[in-house]
Design a protein around this ligand. Sequence first.
Ligand code: ADP
Ligand code: GN1
Ligand code: MG
Length: 359
Amino acid sequence: MDKILEVASIFLPDEKIISSEPLGNGHINSTFLIKTDKGQYTLQKINTSIFADVDGLMSNIQSVTHHIRKKAQAIGQDPQRATLHFLSAPDGKKYIFFDGDAYRMYKFIDSAFTIEKMENPEHFYQSGIAFGNFAQDLSDFDASKLNETIKNFHNTPSRYNDFEKAVENNLSGRLSEVSSEVEFVRARRAFMSMFMDRLNDGSLPMRVTHNDTKLNNVLFDEKTGKPAAVIDLDTVMPGSYLFDFGDAIRFGATHAAEDEKNLSLVDFDLGLYESFTKGYLETCAKSLTKVEIDLLPYASIMLTLECGMRFLSDHLNGDTYFRISREGHNLDRARTQFKLVSEMEKHVDDMRNIIQKYI
Ligand code: ADP
Ligand code: GN1
Ligand code: MG
């Protein structure tokens, strides 16, 4: 029997498993749609070389989804569609180890869709509402109760140190081909501590954040076109609202894919920036402090630079972190991010004006 079907049957001993098919475009975990005689589910193989503490990870997700479900119920929304529902394994845990790998299963939210590439600004506006609501729903959740599933995840200076190690080690032997990209990163070293310095001295508040706010992590309702649920909750942990805002812009305020090879197609679209900002600030501006508002225009530059630096580090390390599907894939991804950074840097004042408009 196929391994994925076998794992599915452990979570669903009373259902006849019919089929499995791969789902999504994630770089880390592997996701499958499982169909049975009674319904549809999502099965995920957790990448345990990245998420080593599966118990801590699942405990975070359990408490966060419980909190969101209660909030949805309180305003009369269908709690089954507002967040993820994990199935219990026979031992009561929300995950199992099978053949050395960790798996979890949750209910498939039907009549919903995800978007991989920006086509309609309305969707980006709606995703701003989704992530703004996510921030708002969790604003009364004690961040210190969450495990840090990946240490220093959006600590940009720490990511820079990792990058310098990757340059020094040059495990892939590719360093000589990427000298202009390395210079691009090094030229922005001083900027990188802007958020971490303020998180460390307490002037920037620690929040509960999603930390992976890509457009494809919002499920949209097919009937209404409005957000149903925010998914992909592995990196929910203490962080800054600047991370979630910045990462969403990084991925969505362009018409190009993250791995576009033709850099002339990689644009930074201020109209799209405004769509997201409007949705985000309409829902959570009331929770933002002055320091957060003042730093918001730099958020997308920081997160895009950090992500590009991570892709470039992985290219230098020999592609051991992000899943790739072609030679040089991580370098292509790094280059789109650096192109976006260059474009965003020209528009800090425009970004500030847009933010002010919706505060
Ligand atoms: P990844 O880490 O691979 O990005 P996700 O949790 O984001 O994993 O899932 C990948 C894709 O699978 C999503 O973009 C979405 O299209 C689909 N998906 C995941 N969970 C569900 C769900 N509960 N209901 C419907 N679709 C889902
Ligand atoms: C990874 O798993 P996925 O594709 O949602 C990564 C994010 C990056 C993103 C870039 C745990 O997210 O941090 O921003 O790729 N997730 C992890 O596309 O490292
Ligand atoms: Mg995802």
